[in-house]
Structure formats: structure tokens, C-alpha cells
Design a protein around this ligand. Structure first.
Ligand code: MG
Length: 377
């Protein structure tokens, strides 16, 4: 399907060129592109491939690298950095992100301080495209923090000492690789284990043989039958697991309610949560939500989600895609407000193009530079 799409884009560009219409972008190349929004604000973006240290396998896919799109919002001599890490689970890829950027026309806005109106416009421009919208949102917040010369956590009145420990994610793999990954995760206090396949017991047994650290488990919608999910969750509870994330497909909310009636064990919604409006319904089946900036249009929606989930007495986790330090820092600045952090997306790669938030002995550590506090390497 992606090949067809690529061919379609290539042929569309050729058609435009033949018709004498200037083609501003070559959507295929990874070179830096410039999209002038208006005379006052300028958005630049570039594709970048994050390279994974290990092939990363979850219940539905396996990957060696992750294409992202980095953004820069330039206004008044200040650059705000943003990032889109699109995920096919949410019907996005780097080409759809660039296609979204080409639809933007922000010429009616004066500067990034029009951010409420800008977010409203961006959110309503299309259905979906959450990670593309997040890339605009993150760049605007970074710009605002820099313009006001405060780190974002301070802008939101948060205590940077209250950042949580992040879990370190171990993908589905063979026992010898799993053992190696657990060794590499020595500085992390909490492990997050991917399950949802026939090798679940082997994964957990392998890890329990080498460490007694607290573990959290993510099935990524892998168990399709509620009886199977119940049996696995009972077993995980006996293994001392802290909670289970998305045990069943997002669409099977009635089955998750059934599970919750059968067993007292925290169940967190991840794939089932994409919009603010999902949360009241999810509260009837799940104990908490996993907020990811890349699936919820960015920080401005995440702030509302945190408030709503707290009002509904739900636990709040923040997760990530495979992302650079830009996306991770954006979530990390919000993290003093949450219960569980799973913000290790940039430590699973070996070519992060930015410095910024650090993880020291497993804890998220924010710096005091303004905005996100990130700098290109
Ligand atoms: Mg998850």
C-alpha cells in the first residue's frame, strides 16, 4: 500500500511539473525542506531515520529503524523544535506527515502567542494526523518557553524534582537477547515487558531468572479472547507484575470490562485512547490511561487529558513512540504530574540528533534551559 502511495505521489509531482506548476517539495528525499507559513513565522521540517539498537518487536510488528519528521518553528529569531514520530497503528507515516504540513496555512496568525487559535485550526484541519499535529504543538511550546526564557515545567508550575522513574522497555525476543537487554537496563529501576504472543511465559520466565525488579507488562492488544487474557493476567499477578497495558484490542471494551470484574489488577488503556472524548467511556473499563503526545495532537491535549483523568480518579501514565530527545523532553516536562512514566523511546536508539532530558539512575532529569531544553547535536 505504501509503495502504491509513493508511486502516486511521484506521479503527482511529475504531473505538476509537466503542467508548469512549481513543485516546492520532493517528498521522497530526506533533505531539509522549507515551508514558509507567512512572512512572520517559518516552519522547516526534515525526515530523519532513528536507528534502533536492537530489532524492536511487539505483538503486531518488528522494526530496525523508525522514520520521524523533525520540525523547526522560526519566529523573531527564536527556533522552537518539534517532532512527529508517526505510527501505522494510527494510520500515519512520514509521507502523510509531510502531506499534512503542506496543507497548513498559518498566514492568518501573527505569532506563536496565538497558540490557542493555532491549535484549534491545526486540530480541525483534518481527522487523524495526530503526530503531525504534535510536531507543530511541541515546536510552539518550545518557542514559547524560549521566548519567555523559562523551562516548560516552570511555565506549568511544576516541581522538577517530582519527575518519576521511567520504565525501560524490553521487546519480544529470544531468551539470550532478552537476558542481554536486561543487563543493558541495569540503571533502570522498572522494566516494561512486551507480551501478547505465544512466547509470553518464556519472556517473563527469562526475565525473572535474572532480575527481581518491578515489572509492568504491555500486551499491545495481543490477546483476542477474554478467557486467554484472564488466564495470562492471573499468572502475571502471581509473578508480581505491577499492571497490564492494553491486554485486548481497543475495540473490545466490553471484554475489558468483563476482565476487570473478574480480577483485581490495574488495567491501563493505551491504543484505546486517542482523543480526549474517549476518556469518560474508558473509565468504565480501565483503571488508567497511557497518554502519548504523538497520538493525542500534542501537549495542549495532554494537559486536558491529565485534568479529566484525575477528575475521574484514573491513574495516569505517559508513554512514547520511538522518538528523539525532542519528543521525550516534551513529555518529560509534563511528567511531574503523572503516576507512571514510560519515556525511554530515545534510549532505544543509537543516533539521537538532540541532547536534552537525561535519564540518571532510571529517573527523568530535566535541565533548566528554556523551553524543552533540547539542543541539536
Ligand atoms: Mg502500550
Amino acid at each position: 500500500m505504501r509503495t502504491n502511495r509513493r508511486n502516486f505521489i511521484k506521479s503527482s509531482i511529475s504531473t505538476l511539473a509537466l503542467a508548469g506548476i512549481p513543485v516546492r517539495f520532493n517528498l521522497i528525499s530526506k533533505e531539509h525542506k522549507i515551508n514558509f507559513l507567512n512572512d512572520k513565522m517559518k516552519l522547516t521540517y526534515k525526515k530523519y531515520d532513528l536507528r534502533l539498537k536492537h530489532t524492536f518487536t511487539i505483538a503486531r510488528s518488528s522494526r530496525d529503524f523508525v522514520p520521524i519528521v523533525l520540525t523547526e518553528l522560526n519566529h523573531d529569531g527564536i527556533i522552537g523544535y518539534g517532532e512527529s514520530s508517526p505510527n501505522v497503528r494510527y494510520h500515519e507515516d512520514s509521507e502523510s506527515v509531510i502531506s499534512f504540513f503542506n496543507k497548513l496555512n498559518l498566514s492568518k496568525f501573527n505569532d506563536p502567542f496565538d497558540y490557542v487559535a493555532i491549535f484549534d485550526y491545526v486540530d480541525n484541519l483534518t481527522n487523524g494526523d495526530a503526530s503531525a499535529k504534535a510536531a507543530i504543538d511541541i515546536a510552539i511550546y518550545d518557542w514559547l518557553g524560549k521566548k519567555m526564557n523559562v523551562p516548560l515545567y516552570k511555565l506549568w508550575g511544576l516541581d522538577k524534582n517530582k519527575t518519576p522513574y521511567t520504565s525501560f522497555t524490553i521487546g519480544i525476543d529470544k531468551p539470550d537477547i532478552v537476558r542481554k537487554k536486561v543487563e543493558e537496563a541495569e540503571e533502570y529501576k522498572i522494566l516494561k515487558i512486551k507480551v501478547g504472543t505465544d512466547s509470553d511465559k518464556e519472556m517473563i520466565d527469562t526475565i525473572r531468572k535474572v532480575t527481581n525488579k518491578p515489572i509492568r507488562v504491555d500486551a499491545n492488544e495481543g490477546w483476542k479472547q477474554k478467557e486467554v487474557a484472564l488466564e495470562r493476567i492471573k499468572w502475571l499477578k502471581d509473578e508480581g507484575v505491577e499492571f497490564i497495558e492494553q491486554p485486548m484490542p481497543a475495540s473490545q471494551i466490553d471484554d475489558v470490562k468483563w476482565l476487570r470484574d473478574k480480577i483485581d489488577f490495574p488495567i491501563i488503556a493505551d491504543e484505546a485512547l486517542t482523543k480526549l472524548e474517549d476518556i469518560p467511556t474508558l473509565a468504565s473499563a480501565y483503571d488508567g490511561i497511557n497518554i502519548k503526545l504523538q497520538k493525542c495532537n500534542g501537549i495542549h491535549v495532554a494537559l486536558k487529558m491529565i485534568t479529566l483523568a484525575r477528575a475521574l480518579n484514573m491513574k495516569i501514565m505517559m508513554g512514547c513512540m520511538i522518538e528523539s530527545n525532542v519528543g521525550i523532553s516534551a513529555a518529560a516536562h509534563l511528567s511531574p504530574m503523572i503516576d507512571y512514566a514510560d519515556l525511554d523511546g530515545n534510549v532505544l536508539i543509537n543516533n539521537d540528533p538532540f541532547n536534552g532530558t537525561k535519564i540518571i539512575d532510571g529517573k527523568l532529569v530535566l535541565n533548566d534551559n528554556p523551553g524543552l531544553g533540547v539542543t541539536p547535536i
